[in-house]
Write a protein that binds this ligand. Structure first.
Ligand SMILES: [Zn+2]
Length: 412
């Protein structure tokens, strides 16, 4: 493909327009391939789309003209499959962004996220989360609007991650157990109102934080290439789960599937907010870890950070090691039950569960294999989540989705 004309020239002239008309339906799939890193060169894009080189060239040029990707035609920029140089494709580094927001038990964070799941800017806000959702959502949107003003980026829309199941189609936070919010708060509507009030264009979305973490990991992180991806993770408090099937989140009939936090792993365990006893939510979350290690929740750091610090810096302390092993055993029991029901081809763990895996990988894998029907004959790969702030990146994915579906609709 070396020596071809500048792809910017495609789109001019009748022949190129005809090619692009033919390739218009390929714009969305092409953008998704570049967005998820599966088409690093135009040669790979051509093969993945199953179109002619000319059509792939016109499609890439159109996406570049929209300011979404960059086509690098410098000779020797990259080698194609047979060592032939091919135009390199990448998301546009100065392109538009999505405003992502996350609320958790210990505060909130706003970020701007570009294509490719790249965090362009973030603004943490650590404070007590107000019991009125409109107040904290107003604060996080304000922080995001400040980032937009600082960077001067175009915004495609906004996405919000919350530590609660979000009932569809209304977008209600049904069980914000670790926030003081009223159950059933219409978070999507409130978030959308705050986004509009801040003068930010584009649609607004809201979903459960672990669902969004799983979506982000499937597209950009440790879940890439998995067909039946199970994600289990702690938030700052509590435990959530998500399942990505063939690239799509499985959310059940009304958005409430995969409440894995309320799987009982210790019948004589502590009472749970759900009315049950010994749930993963209260047996394997950061507070459970601190209790098992005989530590008080300190004022200097939230429990999740305090747990990370203990495992990283004090693993030689017998109390910390025993607490780790106790939680690993409980988590393994829960994962084994999920493996029997869901038969995933990969499990990824986030939050404190990631730290437990990294501290005692063999023990966790042995518990899961020993307790699951199929685990003994092969074993499901269990990996650590790979992205920083994956719930934020996932929240941005919600806002990017309309552009991925129809790149021509990106705001100018
Ligand atoms: Zn429970």
């Amino acid at each position: 493909m070396s020596g071809k004309a500048d792809p910017r020239a495609a789109g001019e002239g009748t022949t190129s327009r005809t090619r692009l008309d033919r390739g218009r339906g390929a714009l969305g799939p092409a953008l998704e391939l570049v967005h998820t890193g599966r088409a690093p060169t135009r040669a790979v894009l051509t093969a993945e789309l199953g179109v002619t080189r000319a059509t792939a060239g016109a499609v890439a040029a159109e996406l570049e003209a929209l300011g979404l990707i960059r086509v690098d035609a410098r000779p020797g920029a990259a080698a194609g499959s047979q060592g032939r140089p091919s135009h390199r494709l990448a998301v546009a580094e100065d392109g538009p962004v999505a405003l992502a927001a996350q609320i958790h038990a210990d505060g909130f964070r706003a970020a701007l996220v570009g294509l490719g799941g790249r965090i362009v800017a973030t603004a943490p806000g650590c404070e007590v989360v107000d019991e009125d959702p409109a107040k904290v959502l107003g604060s996080v949107v304000e922080a995001g609007a400040a980032l937009l003003a600082e960077t001067g980026r175009r915004c495609v829309g906004a996405g919000l991650a919350v530590p609660s199941a979000v009932a569809e189609p209304e977008g209600l936070a049904l069980n914000p157990l670790h926030l003081a919010w009223p159950a059933g708060a219409p978070v999507r509507r409130i978030f959308a109102e705050q986004v509009r009030a801040a003068g930010i264009e584009g649609p607004a979305f809201a979903a459960n934080d672990i669902n969004l973490a799983a979506l982000a990991e499937h597209r950009h992180g440790a879940g890439r290439g998995a067909r039946d991806l199970l994600c289990v993770a702690t938030g700052h408090r509590g435990v959530g789960g998500a399942l990505v099937l063939d690239g799509r989140l499985h959310t059940g009939s009304s958005g409430l599937a995969l409440e894995v936090g309320h799987l009982a792993v210790n019948p004589d365990g502590r009472p749970c907010h759900c009315g049950g006893r010994g749930c993963l939510d209260v047996e394997t979350d950061p507070l459970a870890f601190l209790t098992a290690a005989g530590r008080e929740q300190g004022p200097e750091a939230p429990p999740l950070q305090q747990s990370y610090d203990l495992i990283r810096d004090h693993y030689g302390d017998p109390a910390v090691r025993t607490a780790t092993e106790t939680l690993v055993d409980r988590l393994g029991l829960g994962l084994a039950g999920l493996v029997n029901i869901l038969n995933p081809d990969r499990i990824i763990l986030g939050g404190l569960h990631r730290a437990l895996l990294e501290a005692a990988p063999e023990r966790l894998r042995a518990v899961v294999a020993g307790r699951s029907l199929w685990g003994q004959s092969g074993g499901v790969p269990i990996l650590a989540c790979g992205l920083d702030h994956n719930s934020l990146v996932g929240a941005a994915e919600l806002a990017w989705q309309p552009v991925l579906d129809d790149p021509l609709g990106v705001p100018a």
